[in-house]
Design a protein around this ligand. Structure first.
Ligand SMILES: [Zn+2]
Length: 204
């Protein structure tokens, strides 16, 4: 069986690796992270930033805002307050790549950030095109909309509650999934939301 995390990563990478004219592919290094106490350590922050030819401070600032938390840089590592899945960090990295690295014209990552007046532009060394850096909407609101009654959502089960339900976490939300097993990614329908607690049933 294919590990759901693996397949998620694979999908994310497939979306952001574009074949170039010569058939060579740009591959984003895999994110390595682990949870340590109440923090999450992103081991290869510098490696990722170097691959993108971006400042690690810039990458970190973006990730912290994507994850809706605080964090700091410790040598080559980024440290986030709170517990995050590697897939969440990899998602943030994929978003960073799309917004701040990838040339939307030619699909190459050989770009630079340049300031033109007060506008931040992404200039491509490969094809010479440039575009304003896309402004992303604040992420913080998204989970709330995600967990409205009746919505069907994929969630990743991380643990099991005392009652035996699978438990997933998304931002401030705790999602209970009847019969869910840790490690599974399951499609659920939201049946009720009470504060940050989300009750669900399996959706087929
Ligand atoms: Zn280009």
């Amino acid at each position: 069986m294919v590990d759901p995390y693996e397949s998620l990563l694979k999908k994310a990478y497939e979306q952001i690796t574009e074949p170039s004219g010569t058939g060579e592919r740009f591959t984003i290094p895999e994110v390595r992270s682990y949870i340590e106490g109440k923090t999450t350590v992103f081991e290869n922050l510098t490696e990722l930033a170097d691959t993108f030819r971006r400042e690690k401070e810039h990458v970190m600032k973006f990730l912290v805002s994507e994850l809706g938390t605080a964090g700091k840089i410790d040598g080559n590592r980024g440290i986030f307050n709170g517990k995050f899945e590697t897939s969440q960090i990899a998602n943030g990295i994929a978003n960073y790549f799309n917004d701040y690295v990838l040339c939307s014209e030619c699909g190459r990552p050989d770009t630079r950030l340049v300031k033109d007046d007060r506008i931040l532009l992404l200039r491509c060394d490969a094809c010479g095109s440039h575009r304003p850096v896309r402004k992303r909407k604040a992420k913080a609101e998204e989970p709330a909309k995600l967990f409205e009654e009746g919505k069907i959502v994929d969630v990743h089960i991380q643990s099991v509650s005392k009652r035996g339900d699978g438990v997933a976490r998304e931002g401030k939300f705790i999602i209970y999934v009847p019969g869910g097993k840790p490690g599974q990614t399951v499609k659920i329908r939201v049946t009720r939301v009470s504060g940050s607690i989300v009750f669900t049933e399996r959706a087929i």
